[in-house]
Design a protein around this ligand. Sequence first.
Ligand code: B1M
Length: 210
Amino acid sequence: MAILDEISSFLQQGRAPIVKEKVQEALDQGLDSKEILEKGLLDGMGIIGEKFKKNEVFVPEVLIAARAMNAGVAILKPYLVEAGVQSKGTAVIGTVKGDLHDIGKNLVKMMLEGKGINVIDLGVDVSADQFVQSAVDNNAKIVCCSALLTTTMNEMKNVVTAFVENGIRDKVKIMVGGAPITQSFCDSIGADSYTADAASAADAALAFCS
Ligand code: B1M
């Protein structure tokens, strides 16, 4: 369907106003909201994610594509709710306590949303208890922790411990990432997944959801 390709393409170019127009046009043509979401918006975001992984596009392009996606989703939302489209699952995301870096965390959030995952964003400087509380309140399957400082990365261990102490460690997958994080660090603190970039994080999260 040509219009879905157009939506995907304009989204990749980050052209939010025209994405909104095209989404509305597709609805007016009688296309199903779920199809517009999956074959238009999510398709476009998926392509951007893959290009980002291969360093073919960079942070600014991803941010404007994500903004275009959000603009399109805002038009679709009432129709999706009506059609009963289920999200693939809920993830709670935040930058750990003491850490104020949020650019990478925001990218991870956008990539997860691009995969159809509902994301609760706790922001920055998030304590272990806040991660636990939000995961419980939102029945989250996934907890995503970002850290950019060698002085704050150890807070991730406290997050894992807090889930253990609350008796709900088996209810969630804990994903970690950020510049100083490595696979061996992830293993050493008992987290479930380390990914080096936002697009890979979204792939891993989707795999956990299914
Ligand atoms: Co800060 N800072 N900073 N800083 N800062 C770094 C991280 C630093 C490496 C700079 C340096 O010295 N070369 C250094 C850390 C050194 C260390 O710990 N080893 C540093 C420092 C020291 C500090 C302060 C302590 C400086 C000071 O005040 N003396 C201070 C700390 C404040 C605090 O947090 N308490 C500080 C402050 C700041 C600003 C506020 C000025 C600003 C943050 C603004 C913001 O985020 N809103 C800032 C910035 C911008 C940086 C640099 C320049 C860029 C970070 C960034 O956004 N990169 C950074 C130097 C650098 O990296 N070149 C630096 C782009 C972003 C897309 O990458 O976040 O790594 P990143 O995300 C990647 C992956 O890591 C991954 O996906 C993204 C890409 O796809 N990823 C995940 C991230 N989270 C993930 C989670 C996942 C999976 C993947 O699963 C859950």
